[in-house]
Design a protein around this ligand. Sequence first.
Ligand code: HDE
Length: 712
Amino acid sequence: MKKNKPVTGQSQAAGTDTLDRGNTNPKLDSLEQFRSDATGQALRTNQGVKVSDNQNTLKVGSRGPSLLEDFIMREKITHFDHERIPERIVHARGTGAHGYFQTYEAHSALTKAGFLQDPAKVTPVFVRFSTVQGPRGSGDTVRDVRGFAVKFFTEEGNFDLVGNNMPVFFIQDAIKFPDFVHAVKPEPHNEIPTGGSAHDTFWDFVSLVPESAHMVIWTMSDRAIPKSLRAMEGFGIHTFRLINAEGKSSFVKFHWKPKQGVCSLVWDEAQKLAGKDTDFHRRDLWESIEMGDYPEWELGVQIIPEEDEHKFEFDLLDPTKLLPEELVPVTVLGKMVLNRNPDNYFAETEQVAFCPGHIVPGIDFSNDPLLQGRLFSYTDTQISRLGGPNFHEIPINRPIAPNHSGQRDAQHRVTIDKGRASYEPNSIDGGWPKETPAAAQDGGFESYPERIEAHKVRERSPSFGDHFSQARLFFHSMSKPEQEHIIAAYSFELGKVEREHIRARQVNEILANIDLDLAARVAANLGLPAPKAGTVDTKSMTLKASPALSQLNLLSGDIKTRKVAILVADGVDAKAIDALKAALAAEGAHAKVLGPTSAPVKTADGKSLPVDASAEGLPSVAFDAVWVPGGKASVQALSGNGVALHFLLEAYKHLKAIGASTDAKPLLDKLHLDADAGLVIGDDDKTRKAFIAAIAKHRTWDREAKAKAIPA
Ligand code: HDE
């Protein structure tokens, strides 16, 4: 009988991952029992039977019909047929990483939560970043909110901080969430657009729901096109409570502050990346961790003493409002480092199940009506997404704290519970497991005994009634370039809206109430009549601008982990490359040499220089900056190379730092690119320093007006 397969019977070592990923974290060790390594193992069925032929179905003769009795083929195909699970209703596209959290000191005055007491304690975490609108396979760089969900595996149970990269939300009450999500998701008749909000149903809804005004202006800002997941702030959004051992409660707002600084893509770059590298953000996170450039955030809180609950010009329970950092600064509690990529996307990133209701003693909820609804939704959705109520037993979701309860059975139960009593109280199993009084050492969870006296009503608090003053604060806190980007984003998105009455309503009833100039600029771009001043009587906040909201104030100031392209061709001056590489490496940045093809080039002194990729394979949008080294022949070759010319023009258009050796000036002249604060020419240390300083500034904003004339 003829078989189309290699008859080795040996284990295949090829493809074995030998990377040391620093497996030092207790949660990961607890996952070890679930990992499966097939190295050196025979191929078997799920029932453990060794397979001798994985190439051919059992047939009646080599050309005959297949036999139903082929249990090996049937088991394999049946399993395959059920490989997918429903994707998340929202936040379907995500990427995850393992890491740890460490508190800087004991925060016992604020909370009794154990993981915030001892700086020596390392709490494992798993983080999942996501976009909201698009399906699992959609692009990373679309204009959207980003999810920022962190699972802390604390010794007292799991604490999930399920936040976003923006500090407010579209709606005030959970009952509006399905309406909002139906509006933002692709239109139901043709499932367009994938991943974005530039369509009629979204703008129809938000123009009819003024409480969305503040969040929508955030999504029209650069925050909705982050440069990387590492360069995002994170926010818990809702007000929470922290409670200390004496039972004293403080209101808090959670913040994640990235050590990498906060910065964004420019719109043209974001759109191109969505096609050229759909995986841009997940690739960046993955590669940074593999290279040992571990991303780091500080966890902080704005603390509001209980007695100050009503001190502000807005309601702390209203999730469409932020608490300006100028009014209450962020107190830093500790740091989170992401240092390990998952072994398996599905098992970990897809199956992780977050829930804002997962809290530990020392943390509690506020009455924010959006948060209250979320406490129900997340567990409910996991039941259909993960196939039943036992999703807490999936390895990535298991707490490191022991978990014994009377909960039993249901689909996919993994735990083999011993004993006979699955009820409490019992006298058969010695009464175990038993309650732990809240007052005991390491006591049981106790809700904050807030006193409430009120009527049972369906109504919105009048204190939630101002929808525009914080949107205005946000717009007025932006730098000039950031304001221009917001105007351009509204114009782009509304320009895609087919129904004119929706465009006009957003301009006249929403934007005009935020800022008349903003509304007038957008109206002009859409060809609508100039809007009249807004009619809603909104008091402005006393605070006129919040510098903490402008990303221009949030850069890291260094160039660590930034990526620089070096464009070369035959005849390049190798010494210039070495000098630049050394200067960049000293600052923690990474350089890649790009040739006309992936083949090595010849240097001016006749040596062979390997390249990292071709300029076509790694386009300028994959980099933060570009340098053209000297070597007249190399520069001449690049001058006749369309890909290299486009590379430089595009980097210029995207306001990136550009550096060139003196030899390369004719190339820049050919493209009419003049020196500016971000475009430096020279061969000495001073030029390299100026190049590095330009990268640290992230973009050359002064170039923006000129760059608009460059073809996209
Ligand atoms: Fe979510 N949200 N959400 N959300 N959300 C989900 O849970 C929901 C809201 C957020 O990486 C779902 O497991 C309701 C605010 C993140 O796995 C679902 C309401 C914030 C993630 C759900 C909100 C978020 C989700 C979909 C209004 C920022 C991804 C699948 C009451 C503070 C977590 C799932 C991950 C996911 C419901 C509003 C953040 C359907 C009902 C506000 C980061 O349960």
